[in-house]
Design a protein around this ligand. Structure first.
Ligand code: SAM
Length: 246
């Protein structure tokens, strides 16, 4: 009986998250939000572009899964590669299709029950997804299942060890739980690299948007690396690069 209640609660939360993303409309958010999202995206693209694992898989024509792809913020990294895009929100997939004229390779599915055979992919992106998944360990196990041996998983999450505790995007009023390196460390994976990034205090959103953008482009981006070294693992986002070992 108690188990049924827990299950019901989880299902309700799951449906709420799905509903939220099906109606997710970033355009309706304040301007500052877009500036901060652009910054996060830029930092992520730079991190991934500089990874030797990404380069190797790209050159080797490996098969990639963008798991929880949303409306395709990271399409630029995979558009010329062998990629499948998966998300549980049909509306975000439609938006993705319209934004980029994406004709195929998109699948509406759940990260906890991926519709792929074992050992299918060389590389999986899972960017800002696991913090919204109640059973994130189950999701990690599922991604491990569909990865080939020696395949690489790139996980990016809201960082549980961040020294800035205020919610980054206050408009993001949906279940999310910041995660730490220990949470990501599941059996069968080896962690090959990790660090945190993005050290913008949310108070800066009070600046006029043009000033915020100017500050980011002319000052902040120059010191991001320095801050990563200075405040190891205390940034607001965490990236973890994992290799499937068995
Ligand atoms: C914050 S958005 C990130 C989207 C994209 N990866 C990005 O970084 O722009 C979270 C995404 O995870 C998807 N998502 C959440 N839970 C999921 C689940 N159980 N299965 C598949 N997708 C899920 C949402 O629909 C949404 O697109």
């Amino acid at each position: 009986m108690a188990d049924d209640k827990v299950k019901d609660k989880k299902n309700t939360k799951y449906n709420e998250i799905k509903e939220f993303y099906n109606n997710w409309n970033v355009e309706s958010y304040p301007e500052y939000f877009k500036v901060l999202m652009d910054l996060e995206e830029k930092l992520i693209i730079d991190i991934i572009k500089n990874l030797k694992e990404y380069d190797t898989i790209k050159r080797g024509n490996g098969i990639i899964l963008d798991c929880g792809c949303g409306f395709g913020s990271f399409y630029t990294l995979t558009k010329d590669l062998n990629t499948i895009y998966l998300d549980f929100s049909i509306n975000l997939l439609k938006k993705f299709k319209n934004n980029y004229n994406l004709k195929s390779n998109k699948i509406c599915g759940d990260i906890l029950n991926l519709p792929f055979k074992d050992n299918s992919f060389d590389l999986i992106f899972c960017i800002n997804v696991l913090e919204h998944v109640i059973d994130y360990k189950g999701a990690l196990r599922e991604m491990k299942r569909v990865l080939k041996k020696e395949g690489v998983l790139i996980v990016i999450v809201v960082n549980g060890e961040s020294f800035i505790k205020e919610s980054i995007f206050n408009e993001f009023r949906i279940y999310h739980r910041a995660l730490s390196l220990n949470d990501i460390n599941v059996e069968g994976f080896e962690i090959i690299e990790y660090n945190s990034f993005y050290f913008i205090p949310p108070i800066l959103k009070i600046l006029p948007t043009s000033l915020l953008r100017y500050f980011i482009n002319n000052y902040y981006l120059r010191i991001e690396d320095y801050l990563r070294n200075l405040f190891k693992n205390k940034g607001q986002f965490l990236y973890v690069i994992l290799k499937k070992i068995n």
